[in-house]
Write a protein that binds this ligand. Structure first.
Ligand SMILES: Nc1ncnc2c1ncn2[C@@H]1O[C@H](COP(=O)(O)OP(=O)(O)OP(=O)(O)O)[C@@H](O)[C@H]1O
Ligand SMILES: [Mg+2]
Length: 600
């Protein structure tokens, strides 16, 4: 490059030189011979001219070289600027520059898009103008900090408002544009759009909280279930004794009234443990395709009659699908919700019940851990005092009450929660203090039409005969259930553990007509014992007893061939009916169907 420059410069300058010389010759000394004049009479002159020529050539080439260098540098700068711009346009992060007042002097394409504005709307405006007030204030403070410290500063979770009313979240990093020697031209910043990340984090936190709440409820459920189980055994003892006493006391005895009182207390104790069991989600006892509209009208109709200052409204969808539900339990949920609503309206008000069929998709159903699909939604709304925000997260906990000692046990919503969850559904609440509360519960819709209600039957005690093997690890139960069985006419063999029962059955299976078997026992539980009894006698008639409702485990045992299930605490009538189903009259003793005589 340099050699070419020298050559071109030499040629150009030589030309100029010869032109000058010629001019001089033609106009100043025409008599001289041009060639002679050019070469000169003396050699010294010629050398001087050549030297001057060379100097011209070097100077010219330097000028030419410098010009080319400048041209090349400009080209390089232009290319590098284009490259920087293309990088700024292609990266996700936005880049911007501002003057010292914070007004935008440059904004890359991605940054302009983050502000959801056009480049013309952006330049010349303060960056804070695009932010929500709180973020704008923080941004101004960060500008000041960067200016005073000269350090790079970050601003996280900046809320940017776009003209369409949308909202995006940004993270900014700001620094000074330094000109050297303490002089600054403004600020430069890099912005990252973190909207998606922040929303995903919020969603994750929400899910975590929901999971924690569900785990807490699960743990409390286990505890509540355990308490209810022991409580039921105690009630069983009281109920059994009361039943026997009632039978044995002669008509008109003054003690009979006391026995009735005891039974009434047992009844409320049973109700309490039923609520606890409901919360502990120990399964559903009697599941049938149910029309919730009918159930609601029947259950809530009561309120319309008892409190005249409460207006009850029904908005029941006419074409509601049925739900697979335990009617007793859903009635209990409705009662609990309505009692709460009524208690929240001491001065009277409106109680509304609404039903509708809804579809829950993945986005709704996932956080609440229910399957997506069709559901029946029931809403119970009151215009009462409402629930304070701090209490909202606790109302479904068992024993949480704001009603003071003796007025509420705090089990109403806990059992409603457990029952709805046990039905594969979901319950939630919306409330505003002073305005009212709405509880919504969702139950999976059934493909079956609703079953009709069976008419209620009259209570009867059916005596029987035969031998019953009574298996229970609780001494109270062995004693009281034994006495009840004897009262009903059965002979009783008692066993206090699974292994003892197995031994007895192995030795005396021919004598035994039925086994009354406790499901939960230490060591060999009811399920295992049932299988081993069946191994000895495949036709063994087992009535399963448990303090828990018919749950998954009991249902499995029933499916394996167990004859029936009775829930503790049971009274004489319930026990007599269950046994009569298992040992039909005239079939015991001798069990003709169990071991048919060998054929001819
Ligand atoms: N509709 C409602 N309006 C206002 N507060 C309510 C409503 N429903 C429930 N609550 C609040 O939730 C708490 C818990 O209700 P829950 O039904 O579990 O227990 P309780 O009504 O206090 O006692 P229990 O139902 O066992 O007699 C109540 O004490 C009350 O503070
Ligand atoms: Mg209540």
């Amino acid at each position: 490059m340099r050699r070419r420059s020298i050559l071109i410069s030499t040629v150009v300058i030589s030309c100029v030189y010869w032109v000058c010389e010629s001019f001089m010759f033609f106009f100043l000394a025409p008599e001289a011979n041009f060639i002679q004049h050019l070469l000169g009479p003396d050699r010294f002159n010629t050398l001087t001219r050549l030297l001057v020529l060379c100097l011209f050539a070097i100077f010219g080439s330097h000028i030419h070289y410098t010009a080319r260098r400048e041209q090349q540098a400009e080209e390089t700068i232009r290319k590098s600027a284009a490259k920087s711009r293309s990088i700024l346009e292609s990266i996700e992060e936005g880049y911007f520059e501002t003057d010292l007042g914070g007004r935008l002097t440059f904004a890359s394409g991605p940054f302009v898009r983050m502000l959801a504005a056009g480049p013309i709307q952006v330049l010349g405006r303060h960056a804070a103008e695009f932010m929500a007030p709180e973020s704008a204030e923080r941004l101004r403070q960060v500008f000041d900090q960067v200016r005073s410290s000269g350090e790079v500063k970050r601003l996280s979770d900046c809320v940017v408002r776009d003209p369409q009313g949308g909202e995006r979240r940004m993270e900014l990093s700001l620094s000074l544009i330094a000109l050297g020697e303490g002089e600054v031209a403004g600020f430069r910043g890099v912005a990252r759009d973190v909207t998606e990340r922040i929303f995903a984090e919020q969603e994750r936190k929400k899910l975590e909280l929901q999971l924690q709440a569900a785990q807490k409820m699960e743990a409390i459920g286990t505890l509540a279930g355990g308490i209810a189980h022991d409580f039921n055994n105690i009630l069983m003892g009281i109920q059994g004794n009361a039943s026997l006493l009632e039978m044995r006391l002669p008509e008109g005895h003054p003690g009979l009234e006391k026995v009735k009182n005891i039974e009434a207390y047992v009844e409320s104790g049973t109700e309490l443990s039923r609520q606890l069991l409901g919360f502990a989600r120990r399964g559903r006892v009697d599941v049938r395709a149910t029309d919730l509209n009918t159930l609601i009208e029947k259950t809530v109709g009561l309120f319309a009659r008892t409190r005249k200052d409460i207006r009850v409204h029904f908005r029941l969808s006419p074409d509601l699908p049925a739900v697979e539900a335990d009617r007793g339990q859903i009635e209990q949920v409705l009662m609990n919700l309505c009692v709460n609503a009524v208690q929240a309206m001491p001065e009277g008000g409106d109680l509304s019940l609404a039903t509708e069929a809804v579809s829950l998709d993945e986005t709704y159903s996932q956080p609440y851990q229910v399957k997506p699909g069709r559901y029946v939604k029931v809403s119970v709304t009151d215009t009462g005092v409402g629930i304070e925000k701090k209490n909202l997260s606790r109302i479904f906990e068992p024993f949480f009450t704001t009603k003071g000692m003796g007025r509420g046990t705090g089990l109403g919503l806990a059992s409603a929660y457990g029952i709805i969850k046990g039905h594969g559904g979901h319950i939630n609440v919306y409330s505003e203090v002073g305005r009212g509360t709405t509880f919504n519960f969702y139950l999976p819709a059934s493909a079956q039409p609703a079953d009709r209600e069976k008419p209620a039957r009259n209570p009867v005690i059916r005596r029987g005969e035969g031998t019953v093997l009574l298996v229970d690890d609780e001494e109270t139960i062995v004693r009281i259930a034994g006495e009840m069985l004897r009262e009903l006419g059965y002979t009783v063999i008692a066993a206090r553990s699974g292994s003892e029962a197995l031994e007895v059955f192995a030795a005396r299976s021919k004598e035994i007509d039925a086994v009354l078997l406790d499901m939960i026992m230490p060591g060999m539980g009811g399920g295992e014992l049932f299988d081993r009894l069946r191994a000895i006698d495949p036709e063994v008639k087992v009535l399963l007893a448990s303090g828990f409702n018919l749950n998954g485990q009991a249902a499995e045992i029933l499916a394996r061939g167990c004859r029936g299930f009775i829930q503790k605490p049971f009274n004489l009538e319930q026990l007599s009916l269950k046994l009569a189903e298992i040992i039909p009259a005239g079939q015991a003793p001798g069990k003709p169907t169990a071991h048919p005589p060998p054929g001819p």
